[in-house]
Design a protein around this ligand. Sequence first.
Ligand SMILES: [Zn+2]
Length: 163
Amino acid sequence: MSPCPSCNSAHLVLRRVYRRGSLAVFFGYCLLLSSSLVGVLGTMGVVATGSDGDFGAARTRSALEAAGVPEQVAEEVFTRQEVFETELSSLGEAQRRLVREAQMAVADSGARDTIERFTGGNGFRALVVAAVTSGLLGWILVRKERVAQCSSCGAFAPGRAAS
Ligand SMILES: [Zn+2]
């Protein structure tokens, strides 16, 4: 290590400091945070795609038919329309319970569809590219470097010290 350029002291200490100013570092952490949020969203999408939403809905539909629920009511359930009280009153207790379960299953698969559509679309792919880019940029901004600082006068030695 070369001696201090201003006082010629040989007492230099290595410090890890941010390469950029505090504003750039703050911005860098924001970029890292936003890119990790996209990562979380992507993970949710993978989980949602792996689920059996369509299969579950088909199974529910055949269960309704097997229980003798009228085609009209089943249609309303799966097109997410309101099932009227007058229609429900003509059904037995077990049939009404099935209809309620089917409505919940349809609503659940609807939420999954939304996530799937979002994470499977081109918009999300562009978002992933943006997230990777901003993550990389953020990482560059928050990177630290080792510099030699004089312990007597506080001056930084020119050039980067070898790590
Ligand atoms: Zn010095």
